[in-house]
Design a protein around this ligand. Structure first.
Ligand SMILES: [Zn+2]
Ligand SMILES: [Zn+2]
Length: 87
């Protein structure tokens, strides 16, 4: 992700193919690293980096797809991704 135009101080990014764009206002805290099996499978990495922030501080544009599952804690987890490139 790169800093870009739009709201000053916000961070902009996109999926690999560019059809989904996201922007967010960086929170002062709320960064989590999760190593659960579900996060590892979804990201294909050893851990997922997660941000917790108010909905008003996050924007997503484009036709994203969703996939819902139950996380290790037993709570519902929603995953959002691009149906074109999968990121
Ligand atoms: Zn994409
Ligand atoms: Zn997790």
């Amino acid at each position: 992700m790169a800093t870009a135009s739009g709201n000053p101080g916000w961070i902009n990014g996109s999926c690999n193919c560019g059809k989904i764009t996201v922007s967010l206002k960086p929170p002062s805290d709320g960064l989590h690293v999760c190593h659960c099996i579900d996060c590892r499978k979804f990201t294909g990495a050893i851990a997922a980096f997660l941000l917790q922030l108010p909905a008003a501080d996050f924007k997503i544009e484009g036709e994203y797809r969703t996939w819902n599952t139950i996380g290790n804690t037993g709570l519902k987890v929603g995953r959002y991704f691009c149906g074109e490139c999968g990121s």
